[in-house]
Design a protein around this ligand. Structure first.
Ligand SMILES: [Zn+2]
Length: 202
């Protein structure tokens, strides 16, 4: 019988936590504000300080737009087009100060030339795709948290699941744009086989 988290051959099932887009432009004062973002980032910070050792890798994604085409719009519909946000290298695209002291094992930039909701559309700073970073490190389970539950967290979690990984989303460490789209996103993730939990259950 396999022990929890250990293969029959003794190989540990490695775990990663992916913190999606904790960037000032998505916080209360930004152009695309998410209610409760600051408090959520502080909960992520506290969770990582207390429980971060449970993960073999801590990964952060950043929306990092250079020229993302129609993803940016002067007349955004807030579904497929958005106000200007997270321009590469701008202050609003940096990792939020609440998480500035976290030692990240990989930083993923996404969306240089088009809108990119999933971290799996992005690359590490050395150019490696996120899927490759995870497989090279033997990661079998990912926990996805961050911003926003109904957009980039959902897309990242669904892509991880589609790769065959075990995926959990800790809702108390996420914030969504609207209650209705967040509710729909939770249902969609659950239907895909993703564990929807609280961080205390991880
Ligand atoms: Zn974007």
């Amino acid at each position: 019988m396999a022990l929890r988290g250990v293969d029959l051959n003794g190989t540990k099932h490695r775990r990663a936590i992916i913190v999606v887009d904790p960037q000032p432009d998505f916080f209360e004062d930004g152009p695309l504000p998410i209610a409760g973002a600051t408090a959520t980032a502080e909960r992520i910070r506290d969770y990582l300080a207390a429980r971060g050792e449970a993960f073999d890798l801590a990964i952060v994604t950043q929306d990092w737009h250079v020229s993302p085409g129609e993803h940016w719009s002067a007349t955004p519909n807030y579904e497929s087009t958005w106000p200007v946000h997270c321009a590469a290298d701008s202050p609003g695209a940096q990792i939020h100060r609440a998480l500035a002291k976290v030692q990240w094992d990989a930083v993923i930039h996404k969306g240089a030339r088009e809108g990119a909701y999933s971290g799996f559309e992005g690359h590490g700073l050395d150019g490696a795709p996120l899927a490759e970073i995870l497989s090279n490190r033997g990661v079998r389970h990912v926990t996805v948290v961050g911003f926003a539950t109904d957009h980039c967290v959902k897309a990242t979690a669904l892509d991880a699941r589609a790769l065959g990984l075990d995926v959990s989303v800790a809702l108390d460490l996420c914030a969504g744009v609207t209650p209705e789209t967040t509710r729909l996103a939770i249902n969609e993730m659950r239907d895909a086989g993703i564990s929807i939990v609280q961080s205390s259950e991880l």
